[in-house]
Design a protein around this ligand. Structure first.
Ligand SMILES: [Zn+2]
Ligand SMILES: [Zn+2]
Length: 416
């Protein structure tokens, strides 16, 4: 085998330049290389022993500082370490803040400052800053010139991280009112594709109806597709490109506060491959059609993973939606509602057994926005396996929590 005869010095240079996953694949091939990389060579050894599992969240938007009123551009990252002979794993959150002219510089004054030029020397940057920083929950600051420089440097840093660590979870969070920072960063990634080998999460808030979706289906950063796309607003804009293929191809699709053109037929047409669908927004679906939806789950075999939350503006209770299925197919259950008032309200949820023996939970849930009830109700329908009778409230402002990222990484950890 050629790897057994090549000089180690040469192999070392080649290996150090590879993404961590590829180093592992390569040194697995021969005992000689494996020994060299894990025992002999210091730099390679560090790459492998301090193999970083990264859960990344790239957060771009008009987050304005309350102190100075200037915009803040942040790249947040959570990282996780695995060391040889160390069973205890630690989950550390780190952040990278990009300073630029006209942007906020109020915070993270104690974090180490990184000169942008270091980003052009990935290996030494990794050795000198990242490894140590990640062990100590560090807030890094990258001091840039203009906002345009900051955008490019943020892209460079992201590419370094994807190369030197194993990325398990990645979530892009965009605030659409950001002045098109993402529109500038996406071309950078198309010209310099990051080494991202997973499917990502995309979440966009404050969308206007003109939102460009192509970068999420065709951009190089998302070449593996998405796990989830979520779109939120408070102002119910009309989504003009609601039939964009990114919504058809992504398994989990979530809308909240958007005026959507979808009809009942779309639930099993356009969304026929969707696993988890939340239309927490105005649609063209009527109460009568929700009855048909329940009937469809009764009569047609659905994947156990199928999870629908469909909102309409009419009021309804779940027991009103069972008119098209036989009585013996469902049972009603009482549950005390979440509000503990003088007269606690009881709410009803239903369990339905479909024609094939599959068990489904059905519940109506109230939509809250900033703690206020919105004039919209949602029907939840999902397998009893995933049903939780305590999820009778839906907070449309709830941002996807970071928690879920770390949970996911935890469960993935034994694969290494
Ligand atoms: Zn920050
Ligand atoms: Zn500030």
């Amino acid at each position: 085998m050629i790897l057994d005869v090549l000089p180690l010095e040469l192999m070392r240079e080649v290996l150090l330049d590879l993404p961590t996953v590829d180093i592992i694949q390569t040194v697995k091939c021969t005992r000689r290389l494996h020994y060299f990389a894990t025992e002999k060579d210091k730099a390679l050894g560090r790459r492998l022993q301090n193999c970083i599992i990264l859960s990344g969240r790239l957060c771009i938007g008009s987050i304005f500082c309350w102190k100075c009123g200037n915009p803040v551009l942040c790249l947040y990252l959570g990282t996780k370490f695995f060391r040889a002979n160390d069973a205890a794993t630690q989950w550390n959150h780190n952040s990278f803040d990009f300073w630029f002219e006209g942007g906020c510089k109020c915070w993270h004054i104690n974090g180490p400052k990184i000169e942008p030029d270091l980003l052009n020397h990935p290996s030494s940057f990794y050795e000198s800053h990242l490894l140590k920083g990640f062990e100590n929950r560090t807030n890094f600051v990258i001091n840039n010139g203009s906002l345009d420089d900051a955008v490019i440097n943020c892209g460079k840093l992201f590419n370094i991280l994807t190369k030197f660590s194993i990325v398990r979870v990645f979530r892009l969070e965009l605030d659409s009112s950001d002045g098109h920072i993402w529109d500038k960063m996406n071309p950078f990634f198309n010209a310099n594709p990051p080494d991202l080998r997973i499917q990502s999460y995309v979440s966009i808030c404050n969308v206007d109806s003109e939102i460009k979706l192509d970068s999420f289906s065709a951009g190089s950063i998302f070449s593996n597709g998405l796990v989830e796309i979520s779109i939120r607003s408070r102002f119910k804009p009309i989504l003009v490109n609601a039939y964009h293929e990114v919504f058809r191809r992504t398994p989990n699709v979530f809308f909240s506060g958007i005026t959507l053109p979808y009809t009942y037929e779309d639930l099993f047409g356009f969304f026929k491959d969707t696993k988890e669908l939340t239309l927490g927004s105005v649609t063209r679906i009527t109460k009568q059609q929700l009855c048909q939806l329940v009937q469809n789950f009764y009569e047609v075999k659905h994947d156990e993973e199928c999870f629908f939350k469909i909102g309409i503006e009419e009021d309804f209770l779940v027991k009103d939606l069972l008119t098209l299925i036989p009585e013996e197919a469902y049972s009603l259950h009482l549950k005390r509602s979440g509000d503990i008032g003088p007269e606690p309200e009881m709410m009803i949820w239903a369990e339905m057994t479909d024609r094939f023996g599959g068990r489904w939970g059905l519940m109506d849930i109230t939509v809250y926005e900033l703690g206020i009830v919105r004039d919209e109700n949602l029907l939840i329908i999902c397998s009893m396996k995933y049903f939780n009778e305590d999820s009778d409230q839906f907070d449309s402002d709830q941002s996807d929590s970071y928690q879920s990222d770390s949970d996911q990484s935890d469960s993935d950890s034994d694969q290494l």
